[in-house]
Every structure is written in C-alpha cells, then in structure tokens.
Design a protein around this ligand. Structure first.
Ligand code: NAD
Ligand code: MLT
Length: 527
C-alpha cells in the first residue's frame, strides 16, 4: 500500500480520501532535516503553507510521485527540482478563491469604517463615535491589480456595491475585462485614479515591490490599499512610512514579506488606518474542506496511475475536460508505446493526429501521453507525464501535431506515425462507445484489437495455411492466444496479423516464426 505523509494540518475530509488508497501519516511541525530523513519511505507528500519543500527534501524523496499543496500558491515548493525528478506538483487553484475574495472585500469595508479599532474601543469600555467617521465605497473607484480568479470575484461584488472598476492585468483580454465591467488601464493610471487598490497577482520578479515609495507617491492621499495576495508585492517599510505621515488613507494586509510578521515590524505600531490579519485569506471552513478534498483526490488519482487535474508542472486541465480526455490519455500512451516498438526505437519524428471529436480538444496532454508511451520502453517507470516532453526534447524527437475532425470512423480516434531505427510505422486507435480502447490500424492495415500486455505482430503474405502455422507454433511453445486478427488491403497481397497473448513469448520463438513461409517480419510488443 502506498504511503502519504501529511506534514501540515489538513481537513479530515482530505485525510479520509487518502486513506481509501494509502497509509496516511500526519506528522506536522517537522524540520527540514527530519523531512529529509523520513521522506524516502513516502509516495506522496501533502502540505499547506507551513512546510517548505526544499530541493534537499525532493532529492531524498526517491519514491515520491506527487506533492500536493492544499491551497493556490506553490511558492513553498521547489517546483523546478520536482519537475527534474519527475514529481507531479498539484495545487487547488480554485478551492479558496471565494474565501480570499471575501477576505479582501471584508478588509476593504472594515478599513473604510475602522471596524477593528471601533470594536476594540467598545470592548475596552469606551463609547467613542467621533473618531470613527468612515467613508463609503459607493461610487468610489476600485483599482484591481490582477483580474484572475480572485480579482474577478472581487470585481463582481464591488460592482454590486456600486463601485467604479478599473483594472491592470497585462495578460487578460479587453473582452474579459469588459465582461466584468472593468476598464483596463495602465499601472500608472490605476495608481493615480483609485480610491481603493486591491492586489490579486502572484509574487514574481516583476511584481516584487510593485507598491514602493515611488508608486505610493503617485496615489491619492485618501487611497486605501488591500493586499490579500502575497507578501513582498508591497514594500512594507515604505508603506508604513506613508501611512504614518498621512500620505495615504489606509492599508489592510493579510500577507507579509516574512511570515509570521516580525515582532518589530513598523506595521505593528500603526493605528486605525491599518488592519493586519495573519494570512487568513483562505481560512474559512468551506475553503479548507475544498482544498483538502481537491488535493487529496488528485493524490489518490496519481497513486492509482491516473493523471492529476491541477498539476502545476504538467499541462493543466479543467476537471470536465480531464474527465473527457482521461480514456484518450490511456489510448495515446498505448499507441505511443506500440508505435515506438514497431519503429524499433531511436525515434526521430513523431506525428500525432487527433481525429473526430478528439480534434476539438487540447492536444498537449495527448501528445505528452503519447510521448510517455513512446519513451516507456527506454525509460520504464522513470518517464511520466511531467518529464516526458523534456526527455523527448533531450532525445531530439521532433513532434508534428495535426488535427482532422472530419475522420469520423469512430467518435474520436488518434493516429501516430513514428520514424525510427526500423523506418516509418503508424498506428491508429479509437475509443468505443463504452470507453474501451481498440487498435484499429497498423501501418495502414485495418484491424480491430484491444491492446493487451503481450502482443505479437507479423507482416506476411496473405496465403492459405499461414495463420494455422503460427497458431500451432505458439501452441508448441505453450503460449495461449487470447485473440487474433488479420488485416489486409487486397486478397493474397500484403497483410498484418495481430495476436493478443496470455503469456510472454519465450526466447527463440521469433526466429521460428520468421522461418514460416510467407512471413516477412515479426515483432513482439509489451504494452
Ligand atoms: P490567478 O492566477 O487566477 O490570477 C492572477 C492574475 O494576475 C492573472 O489574471 C494574471 O494575468 C495576473 N498577473 C500576473 N502577473 C501580473 C502582473 N505583473 N501585473 C498584473 N497582473 C498580473 O490567481 P488567483 O487565484 O486569483 O490568486 C491571486 C493571488 O492571491 C495569488 O498570489 C495567490 O497566491 C493569492 N492567494 C492568497 C490567499 C490568502 O490566503 N491570502 C488565498 C488564495 C490566493
Ligand atoms: C494560498 O496560496 O492558497 C493561500 O495563500 C492560502 C494558504 O496558504 O493556505
């Protein structure tokens, strides 16, 4: 049974899912050294933001197949190190979107009405109404930096509050911004025009210290800034100074350059114009259940040999698309494996054609699955969905992708051609209505066989008696035939024979098969 290490507190709903397929050990508060020591026994690691998954831990994780981050940000995981080692890193890109957006909105309103300070003063026996005259958000301009999942939800709610919306996000379309009721502007204009600025961007080299002294100097003296995204996007010293000197109206922060926030941070000595929460954006019961379930399901799937739906280091797919593509990924892997063996290895060119309904889908995961199959003979379990493209590139395999939605022999089918040591070979496969996989064509000879673990292929001349001879030969070596198919284009012309076998072919049998009159070629294939 696989073993999963859970090294941060995770909702029980996630642990229950993991327990269906694995032994689950919850060990929180471990040091880097302790993790390095115990990680070799584990197949999966599940974390929140508390565990820093360093290169050292990843390198020690020889069994590790997946790291699951119950949350959005994977900035506490060394993702390149994981990718190099073929470890899938998954997160929960949407599980806490609503929680984080609502926290930002709560911060905006609380900041406008000084709610934390007013609450504190009443609890301390005072009845001070003069100090807490706030501002309305109605008809004010909200500048949203980052119009992704959280930024979009904030936009919809702020619109309902009657705010004017402007946004800066160089990666989204005008149509999308329009649809959200936001005017896309440049950063400078957003700084100058906004009454409120809310940040919903990742921390990258471009966004680090985006809100610095220079940016603060461009803003209205009444502006209120909210950061529920990532620490380090705001220069905290510059912000504290601007607030102290009354050069800006207020700031509400949930995230900090260093967490926990240092005891002597200048932010801690600010008054009612600042609200500080300890990274609570995702801290709702609902979000914690959502992220735990989302990530635990992906760990379970990967341990069962299925792809993950939100892998950050392999092509991501929405659950619906993944559900639809999942059987095609298996088909692509089988066909890649088959065509690689028929081509005799050293493949230099792989052509992948998506046909029928498959042609409407994202081709990237299909190509990756085909490459995984193609390379599996050489790399065995070392190749996976994460490193297949890199391994193929390193081997100089060129890839051509094409689509033909008009080929409708089956609902969806996939055609692969490989140029390798044994020349050009092609295979086609399809999904039947019940989701079963069929190989429907080999080197343009029509057949109809399910892929099985042990297979025998022959190229031969279509002539009486040849099938019987191969059958008796296999029988004499005690090999049981599960199914047999012959494909030919013309009677007594060239033909292929495909046999699904219950047993592996013993050594020496191929040489015997090659001696049968009419046989031109024979290959064994293991899928
Ligand atoms: P997202 O990927 O859906 O959206 C991010 C948006 O930022 C994208 O639209 C992207 O185009 C935009 N962007 C990227 N670089 C930019 C740049 N240089 N300038 C302007 N826009 C840029 O992410 P999301 O789920 O909306 O999360 C947003 C942020 O919130 C992330 O940093 C995430 O880690 C953080 N987050 C924090 C909490 C919390 O507990 N406080 C919870 C969840 C998410
Ligand atoms: C996230 O990235 O999901 C948030 O910052 C919340 C968390 O760290 O749990």
């Amino acid at each position: 049974m696989p073993k999963v290490l859970v090294s941060d507190p995770i909702d029980q709903a996630g642990l229950d899912i993991l327990s269906q397929v694995a032994q689950v050990d919850v060990k929180t508060g471990l040091s880097n050294e302790e993790l390095v020591q115990i990680i070799p026994e584990y197949d999966a690691l599940m974390i929140r933001s508390g565990t820093r998954v360093t290169q050292e831990i990843i390198e020690a994780g020889n069994q590790l197949k997946i790291i699951g981050r119950a949350g959005v940000g994977v900035d506490n995981v060394d993702v390149p190190a994981a990718t190099r080692k073929g470890i899938v890193v998954v997160n929960s890109p949407e599980g806490n979107t609503i929680a984080a957006a609502e926290h930002a909105l709560a911060m905006m309103l609380a900041l406008s009405r000084y709610i934390p300070d007013a609450n504190h003063s009443v609890k301390n026996g005072k009845w001070d109404r003069k100090s807490y005259v706030g501002a309305e958000v109605y008809k004010k301009t909200l500048g949203i930096v980052g119009l992704g999942k959280i930024g979009s939800h904030v936009a919809a709610a702020a619109k309902a509050l009657g705010m004017k919306l402007i946004a800066y996000d160089p990666f989204i379309s005008l149509e999308r911004a329009d649809h959200l009721g936001c005017r896309l502007v440049d950063m400078d204009l957003l700084f100058r025009e906004s009454d409120y600025i809310t940040l919903h961007i990742p921390k990258t080299s471009e966004t680090a210290n985006l809100i610095n002294a220079e940016a603060l100097a461009k803003m209205k003296p009444t502006v209120r800034i909210i950061n529920c995204a990532r620490g380090g996007i705001i220069d905290e010293a510059a912000l504290a100074e601007a607030l102290k000197e009354g050069r800006i109206g207020g700031a509400a922060l949930d995230v900090y350059e260093n967490e926990p926030l240092e005891a002597d941070s200048p932010l801690r000595s600010l008054g009612k114009e600042a609200i500080l929460t300890p990274h609570l954006g995702a801290s709702t019961a609902e979000a914690q259940i959502n992220v735990a379930i989302d990530v635990a399901e992906q760990i379970r799937d990967v341990l069962l040999g299925l792809p993950a739906r939100s892998a950050v280091n392999i092509p991501g797919l929405y659950p619906d698309a993944l559900e639809k593509l999942r059987p095609y990924l298996q088909l692509a892997e089988n066909l890649g494996n088959l065509v690689g063996q028929l081509a005799g290895g050293r493949v230099e060119l792989l052509t992948v054609r998506l046909q029928g309904e498959l042609a409407d889908n994202n081709s990237q995961p299909i190509v990756v699955a085909a490459l995984k199959g193609l390379l599996s003979q050489a790399l065995r379990e070392r190749v996976n969905y994460v490193n297949a493209s890199i391994e193929a590139k390193e081997r100089g395999i060129r890839i051509i992708e094409t689509r033909d939605g008009s080929i409708r022999d089956y609902t969806g089918s996939l055609h692969l051609e490989a140029k390798g040591a044994l020349g050009d070979h092609s295979v086609t496969g399809a999904l039947l209505g019940d989701g079963e996989i069929r190989i429907t064509d080999i080197d343009e000879f029509p057949i109809n066989v399910p892929p099985t673990h042990h297979m025998l292929f022959t190229r031969h001349r279509d002539m009486p008696g040849i099938i019987g001879k191969i059958g008796s030969l296999l029988g004499s070596f005690n090999v049981n035939i599960a199914s047999m198919q012959v494909g030919r284009k013309i009677v007594r012309g060239d033909a292929v024979m495909v046999l699904s076998l219950d047993d592996p072919l013993p050594e020496g049998i191929l040489a015997e098969i090659m001696k049968v009159p009419g046989i031109r070629d024979a290959y064994t294939v293991m899928l």
